[in-house]
Design a protein around this ligand. Structure first.
Ligand code: SF4
Length: 97
């Protein structure tokens, strides 16, 4: 399994290229061009960033529509992981009560 990773300011996008091989919509690319910063293009059947991974991560506006569209209209190859800011501190606080 080849997983493409795109870190952005508050999280990371992971794309399973095996699932993209049989994708017919490339909904992630369309969503980013419609709602985001147009970070992706299709290259050899895979969604890849137009610029370097680092620049794409900086330019990402975090609208999260690539995941929503991939899950709804694509082949479910893209997942976003977001940091849970303050979760560890909150868990500690709850334990103290
Ligand atoms: S929509 Fe999902 S499965 Fe299709 S190319 Fe994009 S990431 Fe891959």
């Amino acid at each position: 399994m080849t997983v493409y990773q795109l870190p952005f300011k508050t999280g990371i996008i992971r794309i399973d290229f095996e699932k993209c091989k049989s994708c017919e919509s490339y909904a992630c690319v369309k969503a980013c061009s419609l709602f985001g910063a147009s970070l992706f293009r299709v290259d050899n059947g895979k969604p890849v960033t137009i610029s370097s991974t680092e620049e794409a991560g900086r330019r990402c506006i975090e609208d999260l529509t690539c995941e929503l569209y991939c899950q709804a209209y694509g082949n479910q190859g893209l997942k976003i992981e977001l940091d849970m800011f303050g979760l560890d501190a909150y868990r500690e606080k709850i334990k103290l009560r």
